[in-house]
Design a protein around this ligand. Structure first.
Ligand code: MSP
Length: 659
């Protein structure tokens, strides 16, 4: 394939490796991946960057609470993130970690460039400080007016810090939005930013000296560079800027930074101002997407464990497959808007769109070609209005998909593809090939129907390739197209196939029993919540309570049953083997004024002589019974600890009632 359309550089945010990612995070990465694959297929030289944002106080505190170094902590989480992207077949070209040497040294160079420009100065940062945690907090971060980490009161404090003269870039930023409205879409978001700038931009604090998990400020190692300057520069440090500029020169400025709506502000105000300060070109576009919501609130790492919906992408993929999850994320939500996530909508999408519409079309088509045409794709020699309608819809879809993808309207792009799928299913119903097959004279028509279905599916297999390439491959294999490369332009022409041998495969997306799945997912969600809670609990008692599993017991009794038992303290005066039973010991037990004979089956565990003088709890009002010719009146209490019996004992005086 030729990359004759130029370069295309797309990025995701770099994720905080504070905990494993949830389905909300995969949303952005799946969109970026689909766009990257789409652009590659359309002939662009694509660079797709993702990564992790690993510095900062939060990570440092988390690591300390787990008793590991911040580096060890992030290494483990980042490993999981990389595995997740591998599982999801995310086609990134580079994964940048802000703890990598290549990033650290380049951030310092960029810092110096801005410093030399006169845009960075040393000042005083004033904030709400928690002495215990050595941390500054903003008003909104406080919980009930106290430190969100330790709950102690905070006080106003000042510290020396470096500042970036963001305030001087207000007008330049407003000019940018005016001159290049495409930089920030949609207009409502642009207006929000304008209003924000209109309130007056303050200079940005870009260093901290109260913690050290960060990149040292060059010239002043007491300070570390504060998160956003460290994080945002990843988009160019990953391209080698400034010391190995080959990739930078090829791909910068980025075509699009895809980010969640809450961080649009950082990308459309701080980032361009930093680039202006460093005299570097600005990205062409910042696009903010909406959030996946769970019960009306953003799916988040802390809320991931609540409720009955599973948001762990690994679990969802294990159960339903990568392509089902990707399709769902891209099809269900409208770019830029929030959308609610439930397991039920996911399962319905899989059943309706994938199992019914697409899966059925593939299996019906291949089965019929096997049945009616000996498995060989025939040629079409007839054409009527219905055929033409199908053909026009199929070959017209690519340009519509392109149009929608230009707008990042992934859901509409897929809708266009499903228009072809649904039209083809309807075509089968209209043409009734099973009727044509009964009439020898209509063999040509039957062949046309089979050919048109195969060609339509071939087109669908190309169109879905950027979104679900494995499914595309499976369809192409079933159609006998395994030999041909997927070429985007081939989706705009119809009669391309010639005598391919089709072969039925497994169902692409097995139909799900939604009720059953939902029940199972609820159990999985509860189990995930339990495990997560357990991980966070350090108190051994709380941990034991969480790990507690109910015992298997005899039938429940009521208090009145229990109250009937008279427990007494007894002292064993004499113990001897039962003359007629090896397992039994015969005890003479004194309970206050009374001495009783009690027999117990503990001869395997106790020697008679070791029992004499010991105190024991006796069920004193048990009806007497004969055991091998001797009377036993009462029962001594022993506890079975698995290996052997333990006597239930006490230091209380004999005869005492036990309650
Ligand atoms: N590290 C910063 C980004 C720095 S970029 C230079 C950060 N990290 S994050 O891990 O908190 O979030 C990363 C992205 O995940 C954000 O774009 C955020 O919007 C997105 N999402 C987190 N939860 C989400 C949903 N529930 N739904 C959709 N996206 C969400 O911010």
């Amino acid at each position: 394939m030729t990359n004759n359309k130029g370069t295309y550089y797309i990025t995701t945010p770099i994720y905080y490796p504070s905990a494993n990612l949830h389905v909300g995070h995969t949303y952005c990465t799946v969109m970026a991946d689909a766009m990257a694959r789409f652009k590659r297929l359309s002939g662009y030289d694509v660079r797709f960057l993702t990564g992790t944002d690993e510095h900062g106080q939060k990570i440092q505190t988390l690591a300390e609470s787990k008793g590991v170094t911040p580096q060890a902590y992030v290494d483990e989480v980042v490993d999981g993130i990389k595995k997740l992207w591998e599982t999801m077949e995310i086609s990134y070209d580079d994964f940048i970690r802000t703890t990598e040497e290549r990033h650290i040294s380049r951030v310092q160079k960029i810092f110096m460039k801005m410093y030399e420009k006169g845009d960075i100065y040393k000042g005083e940062y004033e904030g709400l400080y928690c002495t215990q945690c050595e941390a500054f907090w903003t008003e909104s971060q406080l919980v009930n007016g106290n430190c969100p980490d330790c709950g102690r009161p905070v006080s106003k404090a000042k510290e020396e810090a470096y500042f970036f003269k963001l305030s001087e870039y207000s007008q330049k930023l407003l000019d940018l939005y005016e001159e290049k409205p495409e930089f920030l879409q949609p207009e409502t978001r642009r207006n929000e930013m304008k209003a924000f700038i209109g309130q007056g931009l303050e200079d940005l604090c870009i260093s901290r000296s109260t913690f050290d998990w960060g990149i040292p400020v060059p010239l002043d190692e007491k300070h570390v560079i504060y998160v956003w300057l460290d994080a945002l520069t990843n988009y160019i440090t990953a391209l080698g800027y400034p010391d190995e500029p080959e990739l930078y020169e090829r791909y910068w400025p980025a075509n699009v930074h895809l980010v969640g709506k809450e961080i649009v502000r950082f990308h459309s105000i701080i980032w361009p101002a930093m680039l202006m300060s460093a005299d570097l070109p600005l990205p062409k576009q910042v696009l903010g997407h909406g959030w996946l919501l769970l019960g009306g609130e953003k799916v988040s790492k802390s809320k991931a464990s609540k409720g009955t919906d599973v948001v762990d992408p690994v679990v969802l993929i294990e159960r339903y497959g990568i392509d089902a999850l990707k399709y769902f994320l891209l099809r269900e939500y409208t770019f830029g808007q929030d959308g609610s996530f439930t397991n039920e909508v996911l399962l319905k999408r899989i059943n309706f769109d994938l199992a019914n519409d697409l899966g059925n079309l593939v299996s019906r088509t291949v089965t019929m070609i096997e049945k009616y045409c000996k498995g060989i794709v025939p040629q079409a020699t007839t054409e009527d209005d219905i055929d033409r309608d199908l053909i026009n819809i199929a070959i017209g879809a690519a340009s519509k998909v392109e149009e929608e993808m230009d707008k990042f309207a992934f859901n509409m792009a897929l809708e266009e593809i499903w228009t072809v799928v649904r039209r083809a299913n309807k075509y089968i119903d209209e043409k009734e090939p099973w009727v044509l097959a009964k009439d020898e004279n209509r063999k040509a028509e039957l062949n046309t129907v089979m050919k048109n279905l195969a060609e339509s599916l071939r087109i669908v297999s190309i169109l879905i390739y950027p979104f679900m390439h494995s499914t595309s491959d499976k369809i192409r294999k079933q159609l006998g197209l395994w030999y041909a490369d997927v070429v985007w332009e081939d989706s705009t022409v119809f009669h391309v196939m010639y005598e391919e041998k089709v072969k039925r495969g497994d169902a692409l997306f097995p139909r799900l029993d939604i009720e059953k799945e939902l029940g199972e997912l609820t159990e999985v969600a509860a189990e995930i919540a339990r495990k997560k809670a357990m991980k966070e609990v350090t108190d051994p008692v709380e941990k034991a309570i969480l790990e507690s599993v109910p015992l298997e017991l005899k039938e429940e009794i009521v208090y009145e049953d229990f109250d009937k038992i008279d427990f007494r303290v007894g002292t064993i005066l004499k113990a001897e083997k039962h003359p007629k039973a090896d397992k039994l010991l015969v005890f003479q037990v004194k309970m206050g004024t009374e001495v009783r004979q009690v027999i117990s089956g503990v001869a395997d565990d106790f020697a008679p002589e070791e029992m004499v003088g010991r105190k024991v709890i006796v069920v004193a009002n048990l009806k007497p019974r004969q055991l091998r010719g001797l009377e036993s009146h009462g029962m001594l209490m022993f506890a079975d600890n698995g290996d052997r019996c333990e006597m239930v004992t006490t230091t209380a005086p004999d005869g005492e009632s036990v309650s």
